[in-house]
Design a protein around this ligand. Structure first.
Ligand SMILES: Nc1ncnc2c1ncn2[C@@H]1O[C@H](COP(=O)(O)OP(=O)(O)OP(=O)(O)O)[C@@H](O)[C@H]1O
Ligand SMILES: Nc1ccn([C@H]2C[C@H](O)[C@@H](COP(=O)(O)O)O2)c(=O)n1
Length: 395
């Protein structure tokens, strides 16, 4: 399925320069200034052209794609947001190259139009634009390397909704995505975004261990005593519910929303001890496996790719420099409680990482077939784009 969640893009049939539009109202972070253009001279004509058509186009931006024309075929279909024309070539050969591109561009637009007709979809077209909508099967052989996009300097500054749309071509196939890694390296941030992009369920397995710990603390359960643990687990019901206000899935402990209280350092101090108990793990893993039965799930934790879903289609192992992780978590906790100190946060992270990776039962470790994502110097958006690229390869 090729469907744009917000708004279909418009592809302009104009003569050169080739233009594709992107709805900027749906991408508020995107401003014209943020886009790196390959050369000023290429800019004037597309923007002028667009502005002249303000009624139709005032919500669309034009991009020029810097870089080598040879690379364009790979990204052409995937990104309906890009202007793929660069007027910095001289000489006859270049002109021929340019013409070839114009030809390819039109050919593809007409193919798309025909696809839409073939699927009995309304084709909203005018002499100068074609609205792409509905189900259009893009070639499954098409591969896109997000790193290539990074090299164009594009994904730094913009989210490309067309990329999600591209992924949706193959959305019939549901996979399991596991994200394991060290504390506070961004697992849940990435997992939530991936789930949202793909329409998958997100499960924060750490929230389950945290909720169990909260129950034990509140009820003074002696977790060094296996019988007490067994008895207590019998009184625990864990559920995830979507919060319709923020679209996030939140954890409920015996029908109480504990999503926020479990993030407290009081729980964080003890959770690794509780999570190391065999019976606690068996209790949690059973439920996690049940949640992934229908696939279409992104789950983050410590043992998801190794123990919970050893056959997952995509396993990501996240990591980041210690100091960076401490800083990120400190910033987050400080906003909620200015009394927290960076030393406390550092000590907690180090302690949890040590216990989590040294415990006897399902210690944190990288699955052999996991892809490593070190996000020390990546933005949240960049890490998402990289992970989406990996997903695409598996769909
Ligand atoms: N690439 C990034 N750049 C900057 N900050 C980030 C990045 N990724 C995540 N963060 C921030 O780092 C903090 C920790 O992220 P997150 O809660 O996703 O980590 P986690 O690995 O799930 O943590 P935990 O192991 O405790 O569950 C959050 O404040 C998040 O916003
Ligand atoms: N699959 C998992 C998930 C979490 N844990 C433990 C280890 C963590 O220190 C703790 C809290 O998890 P977080 O919220 O930081 O992801 O729970 C685990 O052992 N296995």
């Amino acid at each position: 399925m090729f469907c744009f969640l917000d708004e279909a893009p418009v592809i302009f049939r104009d003569a050169t320069p080739l233009i594709m539009g992107m709805d900027t109202t749906k991408n508020p972070m995107l401003t014209e200034n943020q886009v790196t253009y390959s050369s000023e001279s290429t800019l004037s004509s597309p923007t002028t052209l667009l502005r002249r058509r303000a009624s139709l186009l005032d919500r669309f931006l034009v991009f020029c794609l810097p870089g080598n024309l040879q690379d364009l075929p790979a990204i052409f279909d995937a990104h309906f947001v890009l202007v793929l024309y660069k007027k910095n070539m001289n000489g006859k050969e270049s002109e021929i190259e340019k013409l070839k591109w114009v030809q390819k561009f039109y050919t593809r637009i007409f193919e798309l139009e025909n696809e839409q007709k073939r699927h009995s979809l309304p084709v909203a077209s005018s002499p100068d634009a074609l609205l792409i909508s509905g189900a259009i099967a893009l070639p499954s052989s098409l591969k896109i390397d997000p790193l290539k996009l990074l090299s164009f300097g594009l994904t730094n500054s913009l989210r490309i909704p067309a990329f999600s749309a591209f992924l949706q071509c193959n959305m019939d196939k549901k996979i399991i995505i596991t994200i394991d890694g060290w504390s506070s390296c961004g697992k849940s941030t990435l997992a939530k975004q991936l789930a949202r992009e793909l329409g998958y369920v997100y499960i924060d397995s750490g929230a389950m261990y945290r909720s169990i710990t909260l129950y034990f603390l509140r009820n003074h359960v002696d977790w060094t005593n296996p019988e007490a643990v067994h008895e207590a687990l019998g009184h625990i019901k864990l559920q995830f519910h979507a919060n319709h206000k923020n679209g996030q899935s939140e954890i409920f402990l015996n029908d109480e929303n504990v999503e926020y209280v479990i993030r407290d350092l009081v729980v964080a101090e003890k959770v690794s001890e509780v999570a190391a108990i065999r019976e606690v793990r068996e209790y949690a893993v059973k439920q996690q496996q049940e949640m992934g039965r229908k696939k279409g799930i992104v789950m983050d934790g410590r043992d998801i790719g190794t123990v919970v879903f050893p056959d997952a289609e995509l396993k990501i192992f996240m990591t980041a420099d210690n100091a960076i992780r401490v800083q990120r978590r400190f910033k987050e906790l400080y906003e909620k409680n200015p009394n927290v100190t960076i030393e406390e946060v550092r000590a907690n992270l180090e302690m949890r990482d040590y216990i989590d990776s040294h415990r006897e039962v399902s210690p944190l470790r990288q699955a052999e077939d996991a892809l490593v994502l070190d996000n020390s110097h990546l933005t949240i958006r960049q890490q998402l784009d990289i992970a989406l690229g990996w997903v695409k390869e598996r769909l």
